[in-house]
Ligand binder design. Structure first.
Ligand code: FAD
Length: 543
């Protein structure tokens, strides 16, 4: 019970006890018989008590501006899942999915603080949501939870032209941000394929990497400052600075936190001069190991190539079949046009490719074609996994993005490919985020079953085999998609028992009521049943 000091209509002080019960609040008012607030309260009797039952959700509605809380069926349904293959499959085949009790649309950091303070008070699970483009079940509702959708927090603040930075609210979508920066001749250089369906807050929370990350860095490299709301409603402000040694980096603590520690509400991002155009090189390779070696040497040549990509034979055919690709692997480099000494830079990449087994130059049209079609997969994915079911029922597609040191890349490629191929109809791979010490490996796999149930069983088996194989080879199970629900049970293979325990203790310290996205990255959730959302019941009471 909480005692609140209040004042009645005559300005007299009152103590109002508020009882918070499971999913509802009881406001117990002590009233005088002649209190104008309760005409006809208890005439002729001594002061009496009136009890008004207020649902937790009503309490939230009363604390926010009109229209901020929505409970209509369509809104609840739309925000119940993200873009995880398994969730899309279950929706399209008509499974009953856990639904949130409400979707809240805050417009400011203060409103987010109001929501989280309320959620901690009422022990209601909160699922932060950006664009819902996450592919691991990170923004999926628990039954009875509240989805906190940042769509209204879409303001782009002033550009600091001297520092080349931009301050934005967390719900700003990537394409809107880039359109706004183009007017200043700037770019963040952060171009995930999902740029038109993902948000700045989602990028930070899911530890995103864009297609030009080799040159511009991933989200942590452009993140200078942020504002976030902690689970009990406190506001954390990390001022924008290029680097800081003031203790462990709190900005990095929230990178990849997937809504389990805080809600990110604002960010300051570093910008660069916007390339006016791109110049491309592409080479053919007979084998994946030659391709990997050539790309390793190309990234180490430090030529300023912002895009470096390598496709195995299957992915090369998918990506460049329309150009009449003759077969074999493809290595590609893209440079912002106008870089000083561009010819010499291109020459250095070409040398790295040729010395390491390139069978021939394929021409700039490979790069131009990729740039023009680089986001087509967004539509293809929706066509396969959405109501259209472009490949028919029983056919599903997913991706797995891992990373490892160059010394492990060939084995990661071979082992994970084999593990997936044991359950999938087709597997392709490309290297697209390169570092002097290693690379990401991005597998796309197509699962085919007699029906959707069989496809789901194969899908689960494919993930199990591939994730275990990745960990056994010394790779990390995720380079930029995060953990979500999908990979929670593999986390211990990646971080070890102690690493998982550190995460658990950080979570418990910041979020003692365990309200923040409780099923996500949850090391307790190691049970394979978690792959089935129908067995996940909200651990909190519905408001
Ligand atoms: C076709 C396709 C292509 C993709 N390509 C790429 C790619 O090139 N690179 C890449 O990195 N990813 C890619 N993704 C994955 C996805 O777009 C990223 O993970 C993206 O960062 C998610 O952003 P979002 O705004 O959609 O977040 P959501 O999906 O809404 O949420 C993702 C996670 O972050 C949490 N979250 C969201 N906003 C906040 C916030 N403000 N505060 C705290 N937590 C929050 C959610 O709870 C959830 O756990 C792709 C996805 C698809 C479907």
């Amino acid at each position: 019970m909480t005692l609140i000091q209040g004042y009645d209509a005559r300005g007299q002080s009152r103590v109002i006890p508020v009882l918070t019960l499971t999913g509802a609040s009881l406001d117990v008012h002590t009233e005088d018989a002649d209190d104008p607030l309760t005409p006809g309260g208890c005439p002729g009797l001594p002061p009496c008590v009136t009890i008004r039952v207020v649902s937790a959700l009503d309490l939230l509605v009363s604390r926010l501006p009109d229209g901020a809380v929505r409970t209509d069926a369509e809104t609840l349904r739309e925000r119940a899942i993200d873009s995880w293959t398994l969730a899309l499959l279950r929706r399209v085949r008509g499974d009953e999915l856990p639904a949130p009790a409400a979707v809240v649309f805050p417009a400011s950091t203060e409103e987010v603080a109001t929501v989280l303070a309320w959620a901690s008070e009422t022990a209601t699970a909160v699922i932060p949501r950006g664009g819902g483009s996450g592919v691991c079940g990170g923004a999926e509702a628990d039954a009875g939870s509240v989805v906190l959708d940042l769509a209204r927090m879409n303001k782009i603040g002033q550009v600091d032209a001297v520092s080349q930075t931009v301050n934005v609210q967390a719900g700003v979508r990537g394409d809107q941000l880039e359109d706004a920066l183009a007017g200043h001749g700037l770019t963040t250089g952060h171009y995930p394929q999902s740029i038109a369906m993902s948000t700045v807050g989602g990028w930070i929370a899911a530890s995103s990497a864009g297609q030009a990350s080799t040159g511009f860095g991933a989200i942590e490299d452009v993140l200078l400052g942020l504002t976030a709301v902690l689970p009990q409603g406190e506001i954390l402000r990390c001022q924008p600075v290029p680097r800081s040694a003031a203790g462990p980096d709190l900005r990095r603590l929230l990178v990849g936190s997937e809504g389990t520690l805080a809600v990110i509400t604002e960010a300051t991002l570093a910008c660069r001069a916007r390339p006016a155009a791109w110049e491309w090189l592409a080479f053919g390779f007979a084998t994946f190991s030659e391709l990997a070696k050539a790309l390793r040497e190309a990234v180490r040549a430090e030529t300023g190539a912002a895009v470096l990509r390598g496709y195995d034979e299957t992915d090369a055919q998918l990506g460049f079949g329309a150009l009449g690709h003759p077969g074999g692997c493809v290595g590609m480099a893209g440079f912002p046009a106008g870089l000083p000494g561009l010819d010499a830079r291109k020459q250095a990449v070409a040398e790295a490719m040729r010395k390491n087994g390139a069978s021939g130059e394929l021409g700039a049209r490979y790069g131009e074609h990729w740039w023009e079609h680089r986001n087509d997969a967004v539509r293809t994915y929706a066509q396969i996994m959405g109501p259209e079911r472009a490949f028919g029922s029983g056919m599903i597609v997913d991706t797995m993005e891992v990373a490892g040191l160059w010394s492990t890349v060939p084995r990661l490629y071979q082992d994970i490919r084999e593990a997936l191929a044991g359950h999938a109809q087709a597997v392709g791979c490309h290297l697209s985020h390169l570092y002097p010490s290693g690379s990401s490996l991005y597998f796309t796999f197509l699962i085919s079953g007699a029906d959707d149930q069989e496809a789901e069983a194969r899908y689960r088996a494919a993930w199990e085999a591939a994730a275990r194989s990745c960990a056994a080879t010394g790779g990390t199970i995720t380079h930029h998609h995060g953990v979500g629900r999908l990979k929670a049970r593999f986390l211990v293979d990646d971080l070890g028992e102690t690493g998982v325990s550190v995460l658990t203790r950080i979570k418990a310290a910041l979020d003692p009521a365990a309200i923040m996205n409780p099923q996500v990255m949850n090391p307790q959730v190691m049970n394979p049943q978690v792959m089935n959302p129908q067995v996940i019941t909200g651990r909190r009471d519905a408001p």
